[in-house]
Design a protein around this ligand. Structure first.
Ligand code: PLP
Length: 378
């Protein structure tokens, strides 16, 4: 095509794009493999539940209609499920979109956000895209968010509009405890104007087993500057439909409603989300398979001598440099040839680690075999 001069701002030009997990079909095509196991995107290995399936089938006949822009039924179901008022809810095309709407609505170029190194990358991408300064504090030695350092960063960055905390974080799987979070929130509350919005991203909340990882909605009653993010992409298995939501003060929600695209959540997602919420059996089964899969991986990794960071999500970060003397990219590529897709995390500044999503028992077995094969060659 003929050369053309385009105008792109410096913040977009220097943006490092999101790198998604490698798709199964692409891997099959490129490597000529029949069977490929994908443990790369923290998806639900069981798929999604019967109730969501039935709701989707029922909604198909309505696809010529625009979806309900207010999301009335889903918000009603969510408000009952969570014990919050519907006026505190905003729906998004994935929680990723809610992050974007927050930034677009509540900040202007030149403002700032504070998060941690190796935090879920959507915060950085959203901030940089909209011209915010993104301040990332170093992780602790055990790959956790350092809330003291983050509080310091907020204090030294006058135009901080947001703090982003993923609890647990992806890709590290590590978390901040109730005590740490309370101390941090008290410091924020003491700042002029009550401090910045503190976004608590709880995409993996349903999988959490640690008793000191706090319920964000309970904390929010005490600290109204909290904005909670949740998603249907993980335990509900609806990643492909794109559905997430935020819970925050109604004054914020009102402003977000002006900025979001009126039909940002599609009709199928609204129907499936409502049904998925009521499918307690599917959620329980998904949690159980994750708990069992996590124990299986922990056992196998110990036996293989591969260190890992204990995780509160549906994934596990492993130290392949210590385990195999190879980088994350090398092990990722070797496993691909065995028909197993993991996730390298170089873009998170973790070149020596690899992220493994928990799969079905069969997928986990196949993936462990791939690692065992590599272990024999080093
Ligand atoms: C911490 C965290 N937040 C948010 C998301 C995005 O979820 P959604 O699919 O709802 O956009 C993910 C997805 O991997 C995640 O790991």
């Amino acid at each position: 095509m003929k050369a053309m001069k385009i105008h792109v701002s410096e913040c977009i030009q220097s943006l490092i794009p999101y790198v998604p997990g490698k798709p199964i079909e692409e891997t099959q095509r490129e490597l000529g493999l029949d069977r490929v196991v994908k443990l790369a995107s923290n998806e639900n290995p069981l798929g999604f539940g019967q109730k969501a399936q039935e709701a989707l089938q029922g909604a198909l006949g309505e696809l010529h209609r625009y979806p309900d822009s207010s999301g009335y039924r889903l918000k009603k179901a969510l408000s009952e499920h969570l014990g919050v008022d519907p006026t505190t809810l905003v729906l998004g095309n994935g929680s990723n979109e809610v992050i974007d709407i927050l930034i677009r609505t509540l900040s202007v170029p030149g403002d700032a956000m504070v998060t941690s190194e190796a935090a879920f990358v959507a915060y950085h991408i959203g901030g940089q895209t909209h011209g915010l300064a993104v301040v990332e504090t170093p992780l602790t030695a055990d790959l956790r968010f350092d809330l003291n350092a983050m509080a310091e960063a907020v204090a030294h960055t006058p135009r901080t509009r947001f703090v982003f905390i993923a609890n647990p974080n992806n890709p590290t799987g590590t978390y901040v405890s109730e005590g740490e979070l309370r101390t941090f929130l008290e410091k924020m509350s003491a700042l002029p104007d009550g401090g910045p919005m503190v976004v608590l991203d709880y995409a993996y909340w349903e999988y959490v087993t640690a008793s000191d990882l706090p319920d964000p909605l309970k904390l929010q009653r005490e600290f109204p500057q909290i904005f909670v993010l949740r998603t249907f992409s993980k335990v509900h298995g609806l990643a492909g439909l794109r559905l997430g939501y935020g819970v925050g003060h109604p004054d914020w929600i009102l402003e977000l409603g002006k900025v979001r695209e009126p039909f940002n959540v599609n009709l199928l997602a609204l129907a499936a989300g409502e049904a998925a919420l009521s499918d307690l059996e599917f959620v329980a089964r998904s949690k159980k398979i994750n708990d069992e899969g996590m124990s299986f991986w922990e056992r196998e990794l110990k036996a293989l001598g591969v260190p890992f960071w204990p995780s509160q999500g549906n994934f596990l970060l492993i130290d392949v440099m210590k385990g195999f003397g190879k980088s994350g990219k090398e092990i990722f590529e070797e496993c691909l040839r065995e028909g197993v897709i993991f996730r390298p995390v170089i873009n998170y500044g973790l070149p020596n680690a690899l992220r493994i999503s928990i799969g079905t028992p069969e997928e986990n077995e196949i993936a462990v075999l791939a690692l065992k094969k590599i272990a024999q060659t080093v």
